[in-house]
Each structure stands twice: as structure tokens, then as C-alpha cells.
Design a protein around this ligand. Structure first.
Ligand SMILES: Cc1cc2nc3c(=O)[nH]c(=O)nc-3n(C[C@H](O)[C@H](O)[C@H](O)COP(=O)(O)OP(=O)(O)OC[C@H]3O[C@@H](n4cnc5c(N)ncnc54)[C@H](O)[C@@H]3O)c2cc1C
Length: 408
């Protein structure tokens, strides 16, 4: 290895996790090369259709969470707006209704004062069932948990995690002007300004141990020497393909999926319509976010937990119609079938602590990052928290100290 290569951190994947890792390691004065199979952004991409900017389904940045803090640390600016609640409605028994403010006023304090520790090891469904009363309260609790986690299968979800998410949701969320692409652009600029090189349309094919470090093999045959490697390729399956060793993970848990209908509208638009007894969501993200041509709006319709593609598409169109959207208003639309919101829903026994750790003990100098990695955060918060942690470890230890199990 050349002297320079002893320092280089190679990051695989330029989603939020990889870009956070790249900016963090570059700011720690390590040479950084990012390789990305497609264009930068991953699931945080924002695509433009006929002047309407669509995130990959509805995306909101949690205020004051891990991602918010890391963006601040890295000096990445973002501008957004709190979701409008005026005109919000729910759907119950297939019919539009006003928000049940009285029931929510009695339920929410109960949800927010419960201790997560007292429900350790049990499922969110057990907790919700314990609320008692008529069917209405558990249904409303399930709706709130869906909106704050994207999870529909509460039987497989740790109660403590649901409680923590509901408490964190009090800080609110931000609909970002220009969409999540503004974070991708900001993180890419922060990484580049600190000296990182981002190479798009270059997939990594594998990682091999060499004396004093690692080599990252690209699909085209090129080999990149590295002192440390951060795998931020989006999913456990993608990481497993790249890892130089068997990580020995147990069953990690199922993915959390959604079917999304992204709509660009002209004319009037509904604000928020949420299903109480069915896992459906509709919200206008612009206005307030800047995502549409003048006078237009962007509305995201979603089914939590994707099913059959054709049925989901028809159901989302029906829900949009029920919310008052007419077909002549639709100027642009995109359907995303079975989109993976996050690849791992950890089980009730372990909670988030059951996700794989950032460090790979069998491969010192190789680290994992992504929204399925590490004990903190959910979705973008987890992606960026693990990206930052991986980069700090990768930038920390000198390469010479590492011994590879395969080479010992
Ligand atoms: C419908 C939906 C709604 C969501 N809503 C929210 C929300 O409201 N709030 C929130 O915080 N989060 C939300 N999320 C989740 C958020 O988008 C993700 O948590 C986050 O973008 C994941 O980032 P990542 O970097 O871990 O993975 P990814 O974004 O998947 O990035 C992985 C990258 O690695 C690249 N890659 C893969 N293999 C290779 C290889 N071999 N070589 C090189 N590159 C490779 C991929 O091309 C990709 O760019 C939502 C997601 C969905 C789908």
C-alpha cells in the first residue's frame, strides 16, 4: 500500500448514511472516496416530473432528532415547514370524518406518560390492547403509531420503541423545501468541500483483506486501496454481498414497506386525511414545502405495508378520490409499489439494540452504516447516526494496528 492509501476511507453507497460518513471522515482529515452504483441520494432522492418534485413517497425530517443534530454539526442548511393541520380529517369505516379531538385529548396524555421500561420485551400490540375501552382508543393509538413509525405489524414491534417514537413526535417534523434532495446536495457539498471524492455510477463488487488494510473491488475491475471501508449500501443483503467475512447475524427482522402514490395537482388540494381503521395516509407536502410550480401542490398518498401492486394502486386512487381529489386536477403522478421504508424491524425482545452494530468484529476496519444499523434512531435518524459513528471509528484507529483474521 502507498502511504496515502493507509489513510483512505472508502465509503460504499451515497445515500444519507454514506454521505454522512463521507463528510464526517473527510472533516476528520482522512482522504475519502465514495463509490455509488447509481446517482447520489438513494431513498432520499427527489425526482422532478413535469415541474413537480417528488420525494420517494412522503418524507419528513424529525425536528431535533439525530439527523437534525448531525446536519447542524456538519453545517448543512435546510429549510422546511411544519405540516399544516387545518382541515385535517380521518377515515373510519370507509367514511370521511372530522378529527376526533375529544378522544385524542383523552388518549394522548396516556400514551405520553407511560414508561417505556415498564413494557420492555413486550410488543406494541400488547400495549395498545391494554388501553382498554371501546375499539376506538386502540384504533386511534395504532393510527398514531403508524404515522410516527410507518409500522403496521404492531405484534412484531417493541412496545418501548413505539412509546419512544410517540414521545419524540412531540418535537414535530419538517417538510423540506426542495425535498430530501436538499439534504443529499448539502451533505455531498459538505463532503466535497472537506476533500472527499464522490464517484457515481460505480458499483462496488467486493472487499478483500490485504496487508495493512483492505481493497475495494469495483464492478468494472478497478481496485481501490483503503485503510477502512464504510459499507452504506442500503440493506443487510447488499452489505452481506460486500462483506469479506460472514457477519453471523441472527434473523434480523422483516422489512417495513409502503406503497406510495405521489401526486402533482393543480387547483384545490386536501391537507391531511388519515385512515383510523385502515393503514392509509394522505398529506399535502406542498404547500407548505416548495415542491411544485406556482399554484400547484404535491400530495403524497400511501398505504403502510405494501400488498399486491395492482390492488394497492387502485386503493390509493380510491383514497385520493375520497379525500376530494379529481382526476382532472392531476398534472403529474407516480406510483411506487412495495417500497422499502427500512430493511429491518427489530423484534420486541431486543428492540433497536437488536440491529447489527456499526463495527464488524470479524473485520477490523470495516464498518456498517444505514437505517438498519446501530442502536439509535429510526429511518434517516438511524442512517445518519450510524454513518457518523462509522466514520468516527474509520477515521480513528491507525491502519497499522489492524490485523485481519484472514491474514493472521
Ligand atoms: C416511502 C418512504 C417514506 C419514508 N419517509 C421517511 C420520513 O418521513 N422520514 C425519514 O427520516 N425517513 C423516511 N424514509 C426513510 C429514508 O428514506 C431512509 O431511511 C434513508 O434514505 C436511508 O438511507 P441509507 O443511506 O441508509 O440507504 P439508501 O438510501 O438505500 O442508500 C444506499 C445507497 O447505496 C447504493 N449502493 C447499493 N449497493 C451498492 C454497491 N454495491 N456499490 C455502490 N453503491 C451501492 C445505492 O444505490 C444507494 O444509493 C422513508 C423511506 C420511504 C421508502
Amino acid at each position: 500500500m502507498r502511504e496515502h492509501d493507509k489513510e483512505t476511507v472508502v465509503v460504499i453507497g451515497a445515500g444519507l448514511a454514506g454521505l454522512t460518513a463521507a463528510a464526517t471522515a473527510a472533516r476528520a482529515r482522512r482522504p475519502v472516496v465514495v463509490v455509488e452504483a447509481h446517482t447520489a441520494g438513494g431513498r432520499a432522492r427527489t425526482d422532478e416530473l413535469s415541474g413537480y418534485r417528488f420525494n420517494q413517497g412522503p418524507h419528513a425530517l424529525g425536528r431535533g432528532g439525530e439527523a437534525w443534530r448531525i446536519l447542524h454539526d456538519l453545517g448543512v442548511p435546510h429549510r422546511g415547514h411544519r405540516p399544516p393541520v387545518r382541515g385535517a380529517r380521518v377515515v373510519r369505516g370507509g367514511k370521511l370524518a372530522g378529527v376526533p379531538t375529544g378522544q385524542l385529548a383523552s388518549l394522548i396524555p396516556r400514551l405520553l406518560t407511560v414508561s417505556a421500561a415498564s413494557w420492555a420485551g413486550r410488543s406494541a400490540e400488547e400495549w395498545v390492547e391494554s388501553l382498554g375501552g371501546s375499539r376506538d382508543l386502540p384504533d386511534l393509538a395504532r393510527m398514531l403509531i403508524r404515522v410516527t413509525t410507518y409500522v403496521t405489524d404492531l405484534g412484531r414491534m417493541p412496545a418501548g420503541f413505539a412509546i419512544a417514537r410517540l414521545k419524540a413526535a412531540r418535537r414535530g417534523v419538517s417538510y423540506l423545501d426542495e425535498g430530501f434532495a436538499s439534504l443529499v446536495e448539502g451533505l455531498s457539498s459538505a463532503a466535497s468541500a472537506a476533500g472527499a471524492t464522490i464517484r457515481t455510477h460505480q458499483a462496488a463488487a467486493g472487499i478483500n483483506a490485504v496487508p495493512g488494510g483492505w481493497e475495494v473491488e469495483l464492478a468494472g475491475g478497478e481496485v481501490l486501496p483503503a485503510a477502512a471501508v464504510v459499507i452504506a449500501a442500503g440493506s443487510p443483503a447488499a452489505a452481506r454481498k460486500l462483506l469479506p467475512v460472514d457477519p453471523g447475524w441472527p434473523e434480523l427482522g422483516p422489512p417495513v414497506t409502503a406503497a406510495c402514490l405521489d401526486l402533482g395537482l393543480r387547483g384545490p388540494h386536501p391537507s391531511v386525511v388519515i385512515g383510523v381503521d385502515e393503514p392509509l395516509y394522505l398529506a399535502c407536502h406542498c404547500p407548505p414545502g416548495a415542491l411544485a410550480p406556482a399554484g400547484g401542490s404535491v400530495v403524497h398518498v400511501m398505504r403502510y405495508g405494501a400488498g399486491d401492486e395492482g390492488l394497492d394502486r387502485a386503493e390509493l386512487h380510491r383514497f385520493a378520490t375520497l379525500a376530494g381529489i379529481t382526476s382532472d386536477q392531476i398534472a403529474a403522478e407516480r406510483f411506487l409499489a412495495a417500497h422499502v421504508v427500512t430493511h429491518v424491524l427489530p423484534g420486541p425482545e431486543d428492540g433497536l439494540a437488536g440491529r447489527p452494530a456499526v463495527a464488524v468484529p470479524q473485520a477490523p476496519g470495516v464498518y456498517l452504516a444505514g437505517d438498519w444499523v446501530g442502536p439509535s434512531g429510526w429511518l434517516s435518524d438511524a442512517a445518519m447516526a450510524s454513518g457518523q459513528h462509522a466514520a468516527m471509528l474509520a477515521a480513528g484507529a491507525p491502519a497499522e494496528d489492524r490485523t485481519h483474521p484472514r491474514m493472521a
